[in-house]
Design a protein around this ligand. Structure first.
Ligand code: IMP
Length: 475
């Protein structure tokens, strides 16, 4: 019988974050997009922020795959949760920069679920309840993009997929929005959100209130302080109808489209968002996102099976975390502050400062195992340039013994003692190196140490923000 699967084995890639996101995936997605035909986002939504610097100009993409910048075909897979308003904004921003988004270069899965303003409201209410009932530590520190509630509606089988948006008649859509409003009303009551509280956020001047206002800006066009849910149902319906018109030409059966393209020999690149430690199943639950950034998510979230030849883990030369949750290698000192400042560790979506720590190799090994990572892209090596000594966590110790398994609870993770290997720093500028041999000996030593520890090749090394500040060790 003719082998109909051989087309599946040719140059497909995935770019994955091994930690809590923000590893610098955007730069590699950008670099590698050029070698592929189609870039596929398979999970997450506007919570992601992929920064791509081209000619000194920063482009931050939240939902649209980075292939858009290279004139590639881009797919927002069924596992994603796009917010119509923000997607429209992103299209507009790209258009203003001369990047035209059309149904020929952007495909939205008919099965992707749309975020509504009620999900944004629920995101706020659920955080308030967690904080009130279990204390500040229980807060997830979400990006307030309505991600969790949208996936909750999906799992509860009451979500609105793009195909539903297209096919539901106005009254069915109205009823569904009303159902979301009732859910939000319950959450508001449970969170004891009062009109006075809301008024302070909307009109207050303190930095906290301004920050809160920034976080909930997506709800503002629908705001109705007099209403039970603080949102105007009629306006929400109107916006959904507008999204129906706007996005109808982009909505496709993307699983079928991808299969067709693969058969024609096109190469796919799966663009992971967030990171493996934020994975709903394998991450540091409950301080995780509500989707699967790990490799399995790429299959479920796109509806295609291909053999993914290049499984690239983007490892930052140190580790960062934003939002709530335990962080074993956290550096709560001047070294951590230095990494944060030099590395400009601030969220692309929320503007929040990221905590910094030494590279958590033990967590990195876990991610390699979860995703079958076979190539490492090392980012921000230059941020370590001034450090006299560099540490790498090579094991976790629990109750006096080293462990093999990554802890499944935060209570246990909080009790582990990271064991470090200390390497000498190089204290030289690496930003001009373009070949591995041009790096100082101790920087090469650091890279070789990681390769031996992870048993995985470091194929790329990034030593600056610009596109050309990358060492590619082999083709
Ligand atoms: P959510 O995805 O907005 O529900 O947030 C859940 C957790 O994931 C929070 O700790 C966020 O800070 C974190 N998170 C979500 N997206 C990103 C990202 O793109 N980079 C880093 N952290 C993220």
């Amino acid at each position: 019988m003719k082998d109909t699967t051989s087309f599946r084995h040719s140059g497909h890639s995935i770019v994955i974050g091994p930690f809590w996101g923000d590893e610098g995936k955007g730069k590699f997605v950008d670099k590698l997009a050029q070698k592929h035909d189609i870039v596929v986002r398979y999970q997450g939504g506007g919570n992601a922020g992929h920064t791509v610097v081209v000619n000194g100009q920063e482009n931050i993409l939240h939902m649209i795959p980075s292939g858009i910048i290279h004139g590639k075909v881009n797919v927002i897979g069924n596992g994603c949760v796009p917010n119509g308003d923000r997607l429209a904004e992103e299209v507009e921003e790209l258009t203003q920069r001369g990047i035209v988004v059309t149904p020929e270069n952007l495909y939205i899965s008919e099965r992707a679920h749309i975020v509504t303003p009620y999900s944004l409201l629920l995101d706020v209410a659920e955080e308030l309840v967690r904080k009130r009932d279990e204390g500040k530590k229980a807060e997830i520190g979400t990006t307030m993009q309505g991600i969790g509630p949208t996936y909750t509606f999906k799992a509860a089988r009451i979500g609105i997929r793009f195909i539903d948006l297209l096919e539901m008649d106005k009254s069915a859509l109205e009823k569904r929005i009303h159902l979301f409003a009732r859910k939000a009303e319950g959450a508001i009551l449970s969170a004891e959100i009062t009109p006075e509280y809301v008024d302070k956020i909307i009109n207050g001047d303190s930095p906290e209130q301004q920050k809160a206002r920034h976080m909930i800006r997506g709800m503002m066009p629908y705001w109705n302080p007099q209403g039970k849910t603080f949102l105007d149902e009629a306006k929400v319906l109107e916006s959904m109808l507008a999204h129906r018109e706007r996005f109808a030409p982009f909505v496709k059966d993307t699983s079928y489209f991808l299969a067709e393209q693969v058969e024609k020999g096109k190469r796919l690149m799966f663009e992971g968002a967030q990171g493996s430690l934020l994975d709903l199943d394998h991450g540091t639950y409950p301080h995780v996102t509500s989707s699967n950034p790990t490799i399995g998510g790429a299959y479920t979230g796109s509806g295609i099976y291909v053999d993914i030849e290049h499984r690239i883990g983007v490892f930052k030369a140190y580790t960062t975390r934003v939002g709530g949750g335990v962080f074993p290698t956290l550096l709560d000192d001047d070294v951590g502050k230095g990494l944060q400042e030099r590395g400009a560790e601030k969220g692309a979506t929320t503007g929040r400062k990221r905590d910094c720590g030494w590279l958590d190799g033990f967590a990195g090994k876990y991610a390699i195992r979860l995703n079958g990572i076979n190539e490492i892209a090392l980012t921000k090596l230059d941020i370590l340039d001034s450090e006299p000594k560099i540490k790498i966590c090579v094991a976790y110790e629990l109750d006096g013994k080293t462990i093999n398994s990554f802890p499944a609870t935060e209570q246990t993770l909080a009790r582990v003692k990271p064991l470090y290997e200390t390497l000498p720093g190089w204290q030289k500028d690496t930003s001009h190196a373009r070949e591995f041999e041009e790096l100082p000996a101790n920087a090469r030593n650091f890279v070789t140490f990681l390769e031996n520890y992870f048993k995985t090749h470091v194929k790329y090394i990034s030593i600056g923000k610009e596109r050309d500040q990358v060492i590619t060790r082999w083709k």
